[in-house]
Design a protein around this ligand. Structure first.
Ligand code: HAM
Length: 415
């Protein structure tokens, strides 16, 4: 028997209330901050991600679903949203609109990751991007929106982890310091880490093998290597956070798993945090649009994993309202009544209510079916009702039955 591919999940009707709650709540939070929805294709040219996310990142090295289509194009199922949104921003001339442009998205992403709790190969992200403004107040806005999402979802104990990784111009000095720090230990590093030491030493701070090692704790801090502009930006942002009473922990090892970041980077973690448990993360990417051959354009955003949010909601005992239909079931006794029941089901739908025709079995079996699908009321038609032009209304909660004229259906359903 076929099964869903490893790392993918079916979202069955019983789980839809969690998805509806999270998606609606996040979209409303984004709109409250002035963000408009954007949807981009499920796949893009492979080069878009290779160029922006970074050659040395796990995403590009190991996790992309890439293939050649039948026309010989190199295609990748999108592993993240930022590069695609920036591509759309350039392609459709959104830089000609009032800046910053505020956008949000809610869509599936694909990463050939090792599946485990909260880690999937098809995952869903809610993300926002504010493109075209370098003001630290926009960094604050984006972080505030991330925490507002937690508040609106009712998630407790989510905390903010923050770092700055400076501007591109500050980077060479910092990378040199990192190399100095790790060089004496090169022999102890794994193959991946030795390669990163050469090509992308910032990634060493993200290394899974080195996580928790004293060598990591004592590594030079990017915040100590900021140029004057990045320093002023960082100070201004922290001023806004402090003024708003928005608590955060500084973590100088937080560099994020993607290469396009500059200055502010942040993640949101649940209380009992494991390395993989970030529910969301983001940061500033002031060089990304230029990498895509656009004019220098600053940007900042974040994305959250919907599956991880739902995992935390479940752990905290959340119980969102049911979204599945609770239709009126139209039951019948006999062939003539069945034909009438088909018409009555249509009338019920015409009145704006949900209706299903009961399956063709005994009346007792039809009532059992109605109860099993959660119907609150059943309309029953038999020869007696047909002769009188009536219908019997059964309240499934109480078992009470009463007869009413078919012409009175609107009042019956409203009651
Ligand atoms: P990211 O940290 O790679 O950032 O992903 C954001 C969130 O997506 C993670 O915090 C996690 O909740 C979820 N996520 C990532 N991978 C998986 C997975 N395999 N299974 C389940 N959930 C996962 C980005 O994608 C950036 N584009 C965020 C951003 C937007 N930066 C600026 N703007």
């Amino acid at each position: 028997m076929y099964q869903a591919p490893r790392g993918t999940t079916d979202i069955l009707p019983a789980e839809q209330r969690f998805w509806a709650f999270v998606q609606t709540t996040l979209a409303e939070a984004a709109r409250a901050f002035g963000y408009a929805r954007i949807d981009t294709p499920l796949f893009e040219d492979t080069g878009l991600f290779a160029r922006t996310v970074g050659q040395e990142t796990d995403i590009v090295q190991k996790e992309m679903y890439s293939f050649q289509d039948r026309g010989g194009q190199e295609i990748t199922l999108r592993p993240e949203g930022t590069a695609a949104v920036c591509r759309a921003y350039l392609e459709h001339g959104l830089h000609n609109q009032a800046q910053p442009v505020r956008l949000y998205y809610l869509c599936p992403m694909f990463r050939y990751d090792r599946p485990q709790a909260g880690r999937f190969r098809q995952l869903h992200q809610f993300g926002v991007e504010a493109i075209g403004d370098s003001d630290a107040a926009v960094d604050f806005e984006v972080i505030q929106l991330a925490m507002e999402c937690m508040r609106r979802l009712g998630l407790e104990g989510m905390h903010l982890v923050l770092n700055t990784i400076g501007d591109a111009a500050d980077r060479p000095r910092y990378l040199a310091a990192l190399r100095e720090h790790f060089r004496p230990h090169l022999d102890h590093l794994g193959g991946d880490d030795r390669r990163r030491f050469e090509s992308s030493p910032l990634r060493l701070l993200d290394s899974k093998e080195l996580a928790g090692e004293p060598l990591m704790e004592s590594a030079p801090k990017s915040a100590d290597y900021l140029g004057p502009e990045a320093q002023a930006h960082w100070d201004e942002l922290r001023g806004y956070l402090d003024a708003a009473g928005l608590a955060y922990a500084l973590d100088h090892k937080l560099v994020r798993g993607l290469d396009y970041y500059t200055r502010t980077v942040f993640e949101v973690h649940p209380e009992r945090a494991g390395a993989q448990s970030a529910v969301g993360g983001g940061g500033r990417y002031d060089g990304l649009i230029e990498q895509l051959d656009g004019r220098p354009t600053p940007g900042i955003g974040f994305a959250m994993g919907i599956e991880r949010l739902i995992l935390n909601l479940r752990e905290q005992g959340a119980s969102p309202a049911e979204v599945n239909p609770r239709p009126v079931v139209v039951a019948y006794r006999g062939a003539a009544a069945k034909a009438a029941a088909v018409r009555v089901a249509g009338s019920v739908r015409g009145l704006g209510a949900q209706a299903v025709l009961a399956p063709d079995r005994s009346l007792k079996g039809q009532l059992r079916y109605a109860s099993a699908i959660g119907a609150q009321r059943v309309l029953i038609l038999g020869d007696a009702e047909l002769a009188k032009g009536t219908v019997t209304h059964r309240d499934m909660a109480t078992g009470d039955q009463r007869e009413a004229a078919l012409s009175d259906l609107p009042n019956l359903l409203a009651g």
